[in-house]
Design a protein around this ligand. Sequence first.
Ligand code: MN
Length: 296
Amino acid sequence: MATETTTMKELIGIYQPGSQHMVGDGFPVRNLFPSNDLDREVSPFLMLDYAGPQYFEPTDHPRGVGEHPHRGFETVTIVYEGVVAHRDSAGNAGVIGPGDVQWMTAASGIVHEEFHEKEYARKGGTLHAIQLWVNLPRASKMSAPGYQTILNADIPSIDLDSGAGRLRVIAGSFLGHKGPAHTFTPVELYDLQLKAGRRVALALPEGHNTSIFILQGRASVNGSEEAGEAELIVCKREGSQVTVEAQENSRLLVMAGKPIDEPIARYGPFVMNTKAELVEAVNDYQAGKMGHLRNQ
Ligand code: MN
């Protein structure tokens, strides 16, 4: 008898969006967490907002969300359709379109704005994106802010065996292909397209929390019941493999990572370890210590 060397990560459950709201006037989002009370199960990820797909009429006044702060974590924006522009108080700015990813490290604190890009807004079009918040360990929460523009062309795209689909490695590695994102703690982030009736086995480290969000199609994990559009499949951290099977042509976001098992204290755009640190964050922001956006 063959010895089993890999163990499947068992399912915790399948979750639907727990809330729905507008971020500014440009990002109609459905939230998967924290609205589903999954802090421990999805750590190091803190938040998943699924924006669109929604069509926006042409306008000369780009929609979005104006100047606001962040401290204590990273915001990761993945664009599928549409074009998003960002600029922040650390002097970083960027425009990302379909296939691109923006990895913004707020850490000790930034002030930024996120808008539909001017030309895209002027023409009108569909917006389809995800914003993920990735926690920082206590030791890195007050590090210097950073910014990574990760273009489609920088992201390795791997054809799966016998035409089953395609996997883009944003962070971590897959079959020796390394993703371009620099992360503070070990993270695997894959954009996965899988054809109807096909499957892929993903080796994900023992101890890494793992969840899979379905943007389009229907899929199951380890032979579970099927999940559909805008649903999140969450697996246990124990085990070292998940097998994803698509019942329809599907697009999925695979999120895995080493959990940061430290206390989480949240207040709006700030995520720290204690209440006292949240008070300090509010005071520092109000005192202008997170900087300001320069007028254009
Ligand atoms: Mn923001």
